[in-house]
Design a protein around this ligand. Structure first.
Ligand SMILES: [Ca+2]
Ligand SMILES: [Ca+2]
Ligand SMILES: [Ca+2]
Length: 230
């Protein structure tokens, strides 16, 4: 129920905790978080599962990691490579999620999505946590993406930021023009004890499976429009 909440908060508070959706116009989207400073929501992203409330409500700014205060960070993974990051604590992100909404503003229905992301962890504490990707076309019913989960080790080490998973897959989703596609990255406790490791998401890409030469399902209006563009 993201859109109604954003609308309500805009009306009541004069500000929106969630940001507008990212726009897909036909060219691949690649979100690298360059310029993200950890003080407000990146474009298209929402957050849930923080003790201070929905939206990006616990923004901790820029850090290279090794923090202890729960909340959202712009983590510098090294060499000024910024990622969307989180320090989970008992009351934050256990469980919780970050969610990216992408609206299809291209001229065609999307008949399948190609997506990828890189997930990192900083194993500086003795608990084990996970991060998992699921997707949706309505923002309420989510389906886990096969192979898109990774877990940090329980026993801490000094390895620093570690690539937990570099994932890419195709998702059989149909997104009409004006419709949205949602990527939800959910975190939770897995094992171990004590404080929690840090996590970061980077290089989130989104593109459409190229259209077949003869669309199997399309109305006359869409077919005519599609032909005009070619
Ligand atoms: Ca980055
Ligand atoms: Ca920490
Ligand atoms: Ca750990």
């Amino acid at each position: 129920m993201k859109a109604p909440f954003a609308t309500l908060s805009t009306l009541c508070l004069g500000t929106s905790l969630a940001t507008a959706a990212l726009s897909f116009t036909g060219s691949p989207v690649n979100q690298t978080f360059t310029g993200f400073d950890g003080n407000s929501a990146p474009l298209g992203w929402d957050a849930f599962g923080f003790s201070s409330g929905s939206g990006f409500s616990e923004n901790r700014g820029l850090s290279t990691g090794g923090v202890s205060t729960g909340g959202t960070y712009a983590f510098d993974l090294g060499g000024s490579n910024i990622a969307l990051g989180v320090q989970p604590i008992a009351s934050d992100f256990t469980p919780g999620y970050y969610e990216l909404e992408i609206t299809n503003n291209s001229a065609s229905t999307l008949n399948g999505i190609i997506l990828s992301f890189d997930g990192y962890f900083l194993n500086d504490q003795d608990r084990s946590n996970s991060l998992s990707l699921s997707t949706s076309t309505d923002g309420s019913s989510f389906t886990p993406v096969s192979g898109a989960t990774f877990t940090s080790p329980s026993d801490q080490d000094s390895s620093g930021w570690t690539l937990g998973l570099s994932h890419s897959s195709t998702v059989a989703a149909i997104v009409p023009v004006g419709g949205s596609f949602f990527l939800r990255f959910t975190g939770d406790d897995v094992g171990g004890a004590g404080s929690r490791d840090e996590f970061a998401i980077d290089n989130v890409t989104f593109s459409a499976i190229p259209e077949p030469s003869t669309p199997l399902l399309c109305g006359l209006t869409l077919c005519a429009f599609t032909r005009r563009r070619r």
